[in-house]
Design a protein around this ligand. Sequence first.
Ligand code: ACM
Length: 688
Amino acid sequence: MSIKKVKVIFRFFLYLWGVGLSVNSLYAQNVIPVPVKIEHGEGVFILSEKTAIHMPLKGEEARLWENYLRALPIRLHEGKGGGNAITLLIVEDNILSNSPESYTLSVTPQRILIRASSGAGLFYGMQTLWQLAEPSGDGYVIPTVEIEDAPRFAYRGFMLDVSRHFFPKEFIKKQIDALSFYKINRLHLHLTDAAGWRIEIKKYPLLTEIGAWRTEANWKKWWNGDRKYLREDNPEASGGYYTQEDIRELVDYARERYVTIIPEIEMPAHSEEVFVAYPQLSCSGEPYKNADFCVGNEETFAFLEDVLSEVMELFPSEYIHIGGDEAGKMAWKTCPKCQKRMKDEGLSNVDELQGYLIRRVGEYLNAHGRKMLGWDEILQGGLTADATIMAWRNEDEGISAVKSGKQVIMAPGKYCYVDAYQDAPYSQPEAIGGYLPLRKVYAYNPVPDTLTEKQAELIVGVQANLWTEYIPTPEQVEYMMYPRVLALAEVGWSAPERKSWTDFHARALKAVDDLRSKGYHPFELKNEIGSRPEARDTSKHLALGKRVIYNAPYHEAYPAKGDVSLTDGVHGDWTYSDGAWQGFISKDRLDVTIDLENVNPIHSISADFMQVVGAEVYLPVSIVISISDDGVHFTELENQSITLDMERAIRFESVSWKGEAKGRYIRYQARASKEHGGWVFTDEIVVK
Ligand code: ACM
């Protein structure tokens, strides 16, 4: 060992001593997801260019590992497992829990030994090793540990929408590096949608000559604008796609890191871009008219099978995702071909017509040795095909799928949609809405308590989804992904009893620094603002627990806690869907009377409102607050107008009256703008 290195290591120990930490507690903070079992020992292993690596691997595994080792930040030479060596051993049986991804990692000051029954297990042992390693001088120091580890779920996924905004191949590789570092093993690419078709299909070149290019680079501008497509060779065209060569390169790159790329080809909806290229596949037969494929047309099936055939050629993934979400199905109701199909097949409604398409496509995939994966709407219309359900609308969709015997990947919006704001919206770049802080992703348990052990086995995994409508740049993709995807990684890998929010939060803070040092652009967790201040405590006021009379109803989709909601002392957080905000869409929007039971002196009356332009939730434009002794004759206290500012994507406002008054009944009315319509949301009427 060089003098320099000895000095560095000495300084390192001095540092640890100085801050009163043991080596082990410092290092253990680095590992995400937290392993099943860690036992700490004494001393450290010094990893340097002198360290030998001994890998008695064969065939494909040996080739993958040679590629992988070339990409490491330090050159390791091949040698026998003598002094200062890392040995990677394939063993016959899984280390733990029947999972081929399980591994053991044993570090002593003399040697490192990783054992697993598969290359994936060795790879994960190696990721844990790198997370434990602290740079020191020309190499790394690694604490003495014994680790046994295995994943909770076989499927640990992340979805990236490359349609709304296209992201280049090299950027996808960079994310595969990070995802695999945190033991995520599936990358689902949402390759097709109205905003752009992103994969070359040889048999249908117009998909990428036209369907991949649009008039505006920015999705929001395009969607709120002309929604038109341009030819690839038009200098004004914005977009892009992966050639088949690119896809092969990505698939290989991912495979070397034990990540399977799952392609998604959307059907029957979200397909406007297809009909600009091939209008005959829609019910109208014209471009710019439909979003759904015509299910009555045999050519639709020929097209889908041809496309899927090329897709299967490119992607070895067992799962092929066929979308299936949010079909409008309107044109099907009057399309002669669709109507004929329904008659011929004895289908009684358009849900069953969707079911027909899903079944046929599923059978095609099955016949080619693949499994169909689809969003939870594929259960509508009686799903008979063998399929795995990706539950996104809420957990209940996953639960009903499990109860009908289907395998499920849980990705409910409430916990897994990382396109939502991760901090106070006013502090963040514009996002689609919602509020999903790191803590909430971390709190997710993909196996609901209501399931039996047998049913729980049908939940094969969990996935975070990043839709990119409001995410125009690669930097912003990373900002939305990290560190929330790390929380998802721990949800997917770690045993529930090993999870601890406080502990994870400390590790995530370190991981954010680590990601930044590697050139990623994570959210700065240490500056997190957190929940809406009003939402942190319940408030005490005169109307607390008092009866609310609804002169206009709240909407059944957003009842919050029902009739008690506006006087329960509970304020909502940064999203209207958190169960504390009540939603109004009837003609009169908010119109309630609160009965205080006695005549009281009153000094202030206020309510909070929110605006989420993308969700058509707006501030009210007029507020009337009045008071009465008898509930019949009201005196107006306040009549306010509010000017809507549609440029403010997210806005919270408190609208109040202050003064001196007396009364028993308080009436609060809030009207929507006639021009914009939309929802009004409020969470509490505070009377003091
Ligand atoms: C989805 O978010 N529409 C699957």
